[in-house]
Design a protein around this ligand. Structure first.
Ligand code: PGA
Length: 248
């Protein structure tokens, strides 16, 4: 049986209070498609207000620390994002793997920390262009998945996002056949890592998804939704992706 589609917007380092109305407009657009799960991950400064103004709509964080508290200047814990109103967190985005040198082991620990706090996790994996050109894409992605796979994984709280690094923010999207091959490889790896119940773990595609290509991407076997950056900033752009998911 196909999994319910899940469309998540990652606002990255975009969004001031003046943009909160866009989240409300997105939540309203999402409410007309009850068959699709949708959410937005605004910057941490907007989580509390976004969650308060949009009850019932998924608000998530973009990261959190793996420790519960302590001397980690500038970081936030799972309990902090939960208290602010987040229901889940993106973890291990390639921008953080690159900019903050996050390792698979840290991402695993972060996932276990958000789960312990009662939150959901979206773990991101994806190869660079050089890795794909060298024929290593599947090995790299499956390696990231094994290394960052949390103990106690279960579809009720864990989601995987496949995001080829070279497709993020570039307008370039892999061929549907390449997406199909990668999502099948991830599905296979999930079965190996957790056995029973792995089919229910949702695997999102991310990287230049928009209202024009969403229907094709969401029709690919084992693509259970999307993680969307640039096209998630307004209801005008994000609404059509949710709509495509409702029809998929
Ligand atoms: P993009 O970003 O949709 O702007 O390519 C996706 C992501 O990084 O999650």
């Amino acid at each position: 049986m196909a999994n319910r589609k899940y469309i998540v917007g990652n606002w990255k380092m975009n969004g001031l209070r003046s943009e909160l109305a866009d989240i409300s407009a997105i939540a309203a657009a999402s409410a007309s498609h009850p068959g699709v799960d949708a959410g937005i991950c605004p910057p941490v400064t907007l989580i509390a207000e976004a969650a308060k103004s949009n009850p019932g709509f998924g608000i998530g964080a973009q990261d959190c620390h793996f420790n519960a508290k302590g001397a980690h200047t500038g970081c936030v814990s799972a309990a902090m994002i939960k208290e602010a109103g987040a229901g889940f967190s993106i973890l291990g985005h390639s921008e953080r793997r690159a900019d903050q040198h996050e390792t698979d082991a840290e991402i695993k620990a972060k996932a276990e920390a958000v789960h312990a706090a009662g939150l959901g996790a979206i773990i991101c994996v994806g190869e660079t262009e050089e890795e794909r050109d060298a024929g290593k894409a599947i090995a790299i992605v499956c390696g990231q998945l094994s290394g960052s796979f949390p103990d106690g994984a279960d579809a009720s709280w864990l989601t995987i996002a496949y995001e080829p690094v070279w497709a993020i923010g570039t307008g370039r999207v892999p061929e549907a056949s390449d997406v199909e091959e990668m999502h099948a490889a991830i599905r296979h790896k999930l079965a190996e890592l957790m056995g029973q119940g792995s089919d229910a773990i949702r695997i999102l595609y991310g990287g230049s998804m928009n209202g024009s290509n969403a229907a094709e991407l969401l029709a690919v076997p084992n693509v259970d939704g999307g993680l969307v950056g640039g096209a998630s900033l307004t209801a005008e752009k994000f609404g059509p992706i949710i709509e495509a998911a409702a029809k998929a």
